[in-house]
Design a protein around this ligand. Structure first.
Ligand code: PEP
Ligand code: MG
Length: 316
């Protein structure tokens, strides 16, 4: 039984009607990268680079970052990787990056806003990522967190352009997290200027429903399968595909068996899941048909509540 599962784990995942889905992993360090390969991960859809910056007295310099990213890229042995730039701020402060207290940290200096306000941090990290990609057989992609406006994307891309020019690197890709409703709504415009999208459903749900994702009293209601969130994902896919760009999901719903058929049906191209979930999600995809998933997704976006969506998904 175990041998059979492991053999299947290494195979790509396609539906019964041959619709191929890319299944990659969310990781935080080298150990996760190695595990993801052994469990059949086809690459990394989200490296949360925060791990390198937490629990220390100073920020890691360019060389240290380049070395860590390179070791992770090597462990993936040619598989693609998306490295997300530092996503701290709000509720995740760093001792060596003093930030004024904010009334609404989740709506304040978070994600890419930190990188744009402190250019040396973003610039250093971008250089380290570009260096890890240089001379590697893997496709190393850069992704910005919490993008809410095109101005933010343009400013962040300009940093990459300058550093790539300086390092003599030309084959890079720049994508964005879609985790703010404005970005999902404007996906068609963003798709003109980003190489790929990855839906951060944890934050997208929090910002769409205006419910703190970590609030104990709201936990039961903050559901990424709420029809409003699914409609935003639908808009994102439509906008991206019109421009020939692809869309992944790296938020928690990508690892939720009740969400997987709906995401496939909505046209999502890549699922980035927690490392332990890799074999099960690939197994589930092999038992679904694209037509059935498209039917379910159509019903789900017409539903009125998250509970209804879950009933629809369970009833298939
Ligand atoms: C998300 O918001 O869905 C996401 C993947 O990013 P994080 O959970 O790290 O905020
Ligand atoms: Mg997020």
């Amino acid at each position: 039984q175990h041998d059979i599962d492991l053999a299947a784990a290494d195979q790509p995942a396609a539906t019964t009607d041959s619709h191929r889905m890319e299944v990659v992993a969310n990781i935080a360090n080298l150990n996760d990268a190695q595990k993801s390969v052994s469990l059949g991960g086809e690459g990394v859809g989200l490296l949360r680079s925060e791990f390198l910056f937490l629990d220390r007295a100073t920020a890691p310099d360019e060389d240290e970052q380049a070395e860590v990213y390179s070791s992770i890229v090597k462990a993936l042995d040619g598989r693609p990787i998306i490295i997300r730039t530092l996503d701290v701020g709000g509720d995740k402060p760093l001792d060596y990056m003093p930030m004024p207290a904010e009334e609404n940290p989740f709506l304040g200096e978070r994600g890419i806003r930190i990188g744009l306000n402190r250019p040396s941090i973003l610039k250093t990290q971008v250089r380290a990522i570009l260096r890890a990609g240089k001379g590697s057989t893997s496709k190393v992609r850069i992704m910005f967190p919490m993008i809410a406006t095109l101005e933010e994307l343009r400013a962040a891309k300009e940093v990459v352009r300058q550093e790539a020019l300086d390092l003599g690197v030309s084959n890079y890709e720049v994508g964005i997290m879609v985790e703010v409703p404005s970005t999902a709504v404007m996906a068609e415009q963003f798709a003109q200027e980003a190489d790929f999208f990855s839906v951060g459903s944890n934050d997208l749900t929090q910002y769409t429903l205006a419910m703190d994702r970590g609030h104990p009293k709201l936990a039961a209601q903050v559901d990424g399968l709420h029809p409003s969130v699914l409609r935003l994902i639908q808009l994102t896919v439509e906008g991206a595909h019109k421009a020939g760009k692809w869309v992944g999901v790296c938020g928690g719903i990508a690892s939720d068996p009740q969400a997987v058929p709906l995401l496939i049906g909505l046209g999502i191209d890549e699922l980035s899941v927690s490392v332990p979930a890799l074999p099960a999600i690939k197994g589930q995809i092999r038992e679904l048909s694209l037509t059935e998933c498209q039917n379910l997704a159509q019903q789900a976006v017409q539903a009125s509540t998250a509970a209804e969506v879950r009933t629809i998904s369970r009833g298939r």
